[in-house]
Unconditional design. Structure first.
Length: 369
């Protein structure tokens, strides 16, 4: 393994002897998500985080390290969609990965290419550090942040947990998690928006799944730059980011009500209000928040409805979503009874009219996919 890594590293520099190499933090590279910067590298772990890289040349490589094993979707000369051009696995230290098929670049009549690389797995699969990119051509300025921006906060649904599995009886595997197939990605593609996802499977507002990890509520994790590095020095500072979402969508609560030991309304109210306080602190008291109230449990829907109606915060709304009335158990479920891509499309259909109205973006004449 060490020999292979050495050869790969040697090839990275030898084959690009006259190439341009840039750090991940180069101003021409656009990153959408939360990350820590360290000597030109970017370290991140939230699902859906992505890069845009524009270049002219006949190859594109990435030098990257990962604490475990993550999977990434790659699109070339096309916007992000439900179908990437390829999926790559990232693991090990200082690994060199060829991002684009050289044959495609050789045959392409396009001189300038733009590539998007998106993390499809969540923080539990590891933390990625992208060190540098290299091409035998030249790097150009990638497409800047889009005017439309959205923020999503959630659990396994928002991560796309098991979305690519073929059956609800199939156990979860990292390969079947695909943030690009989650409702958050589908909604963002529909509106042509850049987006950030803060989500972790099994986590809740006031209580995690089966009361596990009480110190790692999404309510707490939202404050940090990294999911797996929740230290005070790494609090996320929204004021220093160019990312300014038009609204925040919260899809939480299923794990709070996962077993018979339910949180009290007072506890749930307090923790949900704390989360919304962090959001308002980031973006201002007028920032819109949409709380998805799923009726997977009677109390969950009622808690969120009553909390929104009594919290006294500006521009906070709720959406009642009823999975039992929308999801077919044979066609709409992926691994471990989680929604598959088809079900996520249905969730997106439910959210889109609300988001269109709240943001003023209006409805688009395009498919939801």
């Amino acid at each position: 393994m060490k020999k292979f890594a050495f050869i790969a590293l040697a090839l990275f520099f030898a084959s690009n002897l006259f190439a341009e190499r840039v750090a991940a933090t180069d101003s021409r590279i656009v990153f959408v998500g939360r990350a820590l910067m360290d000597n030109g590298s970017l370290r991140f772990d939230w699902p859906s985080s992505y890069f845009r890289i524009k270049f002219s040349g006949k190859d594109l490589t990435m030098k990257v390290s990962d604490t475990k094993r993550n999977f990434y979707n790659v699109w070339i000369d096309a916007p992000m969609s439900a179908t990437p051009h390829r999926v790559i696995e990232v693991t090990g230290n200082d690994t060199i990965i060829e991002l684009v098929d050289p044959l495609y670049l050789k045959q392409s009549k396009i001189k300038e290419h733009e590539v998007v690389i998106q993390k499809r797995t969540e923080a539990g699969c590891g933390t990625t550090t992208v060190h540098a990119f290299a091409t035998n051509g030249k790097f150009l300025q990638a497409s800047p942040l889009k005017v439309r921006q959205l923020e999503f906060i959630g659990d396994s649904y928002t991560c796309g947990y098991g979305a690519d599995a073929t059956s609800r009886r199939e156990p979860f595997r990292d390969e079947t998690e695909n943030a690009s197939h989650s409702y958050a990605s589908i909604v963002s593609r529909y509106f042509g928006a850049d987006y950030v996802t803060i989500a972790h499977s099994g986590r809740g507002v006031a209580r995690n799944y089966a009361s596990k990890f009480p110190w790692e509520l999404v309510t707490d994790l939202y404050r940090f730059t990294l999911d797996r590095d929740s230290t005070q020095e790494h609090y996320w500072d929204a004021s220093r980011s160019d990312f300014k979402p038009a609204m925040t969508i919260i899809y939480l609560g299923a794990n709070d009500f996962s077993t018979s030991m339910l949180p009290s309304y007072e506890t749930f109210y307090k923790e949900y209000l704390r989360l919304m306080g962090y959001i308002k602190s980031n973006y201002g008291e007028d920032h819109p928040i949409l709380c998805v109230a799923t009726k997977t449990h009677e109390y969950l829907f009622r808690y969120i409805r009553d909390m929104v109606n009594s919290c006294g915060l500006k521009n906070v709304d709720y959406l009642g979503y009823f999975p039992a009335q929308h999801h077919n158990t044979d066609e709409d479920l992926g691994a471990a009874w989680h929604p598959n891509y088809n079900a996520h499309q249905k969730i997106a259909y439910s959210l889109i009219p609300y988001i269109a109205t709240i943001t003023g973006w209006g409805l688009q004449d395009m498919p939801v996919k």
